[in-house]
Design a protein around this ligand. Sequence first.
Ligand code: AMP
Length: 125
Amino acid sequence: MAIDPTLPYDENNIFARILRGELPCKKVHEDDHALAFHDINPQAPTHILVIPKGPYVSWDDFSARASADEIAGFIRAVGQVARDLGLVEPGYRLLANIGRHGHQEVPHLHVHLFAGKPLGPMLAG
Ligand code: AMP
């Protein structure tokens, strides 16, 4: 079920629990500002989620409230993961689902990184 983006940050959302170490993840990258791990239900041969460590619901929330260091750290982490996984030459896709129309299910900002095969048209359906 898609989230209501107007609700305040839910400290018990799945990604907050992963960040606190209460739930496991298959980690691929961690630094001061970001964590990246494999999606539990991959939609492509490579499907990574990159999340900021701070309590941000969405891209607009993050861009309004996060510090310049947090924003730089998160953006750099996405690129670092792409480079580390050898995805620059074959290419990859980034996607952020936000709010109801974006069909966001987990109310902690995350960027999906898809790769590993030609990914087809940008939007299906
Ligand atoms: P979204 O619709 O953009 O909010 O997508 C949420 C994503 O989180 C989905 O692709 C889920 O498969 C993924 N997901 C949910 N729970 C976990 C988890 N515990 N570990 C890794 N990925 C998860």
